[in-house]
Design a protein. Sequence first.
Length: 416
Amino acid sequence: MIESKLLFEDQTHEDDINGLYDALLQEASGGNVGYYDLPEVNDVENIKAFCAEYDFEKRGIKNIAVLGIGGSSLGTKAIDALLEHGDNRNDINLLYFENVDPNEIVQNFKNLIFEETFFIVISKSGGTIETTSHLKFILLTFNISLESDAFKEHFVFITDENSPLDKFGEDFGVKRFYIPLNVGGRFSVFTAVGLLPLHILGYDIAKLMEGAGVLKESFFARNEDTLCKKAYFYATKAEEIPINVLFSYSTAFKYFNDWYVQLWGESLGKVNIDGTKVGLTPIGIIGSVDQHSFLQLIIEGAGDKSVTMIKVKKFENDILIPDISLPYLEKNDFINNHSFTELINAQCDATMQSIIDQNISVDTIEIEKLDEKSAGYMIFYYELLTSLVGNLLRVNTYDQPGVELGKVILKKKFEA
């Protein structure tokens, strides 16, 4: 289904690999980090039951509006973009109220009809300022009373149990789904945060979790040495090579790249237990588009980057480049009658070789095809990789004190 290879010199020893397996096994069994449990313990059946009872089609719901930011939206966006070209995606429109950019908010409201829209309000803390601000604006714009049936029937809240948002929903009869307390926001896509909107869109969320479960079982059976070696390389070379570039050869990975940037930035950029500031800078780019821009920096810029190449072997739509010769453009006729899949994957291989030739460290992830199982696998792959690297950097992978500091300063600005 998915194959990962390291194209750089492996410097690990057996004890290094076993130590990483042991560390994550201890972490997973300790109960403080809950994302490890989600392939088996999740809300799949509860979500299916809720959606069957609600019956979105019968109610005429044409839009799903997700009110959430960062970990509350990026995972859903990533998986939807990976899978939207398949057969399962229905015609429901998915909107995101994330940033508090007023132009974006006004654009979201264009042609939006309340009766045709289901709003999913997501905040793990229950008090995210962007999310609550959007909620207030929606209620005012559509003149929705908190005591009305419209409020109860068109909104659902996803939050921590006993959070302010949970208490608000309880008081006014709004359906709530809970994020496990030991699952952080950026690791929450396999909770109702991602599973509810993805199921409404028609995706097979059980298959999604099955894909994650395949990797979990393999990892804890100690069959994922390549993943451990990759983490070891990133962590031990972090001072010399502090930047990792995720070079994904499909536009479908645009939001996956964004999700990865948040996951790594928020998880690994920390002060470690020795009081040293550490971290890896994540950059996500798309092939073949960024061959014409960022590749120049990789090839001839500072040698401070490692590169992960993601390649999809089979695309949902496999179309041919026509056998047409255009005046003055005959030099490109060699590609005629070949498929666009062949072209983009040949570009991936050629670009990868050009990077390797510059003695830049490269690893690859090859995906047979994009479907729910492979998407679930990829999400869990990067979650595990993040935990492995965080363990080696000796940071608390699951907190975000730097983010919280900004929130305190923001509040003081408005209270002054």
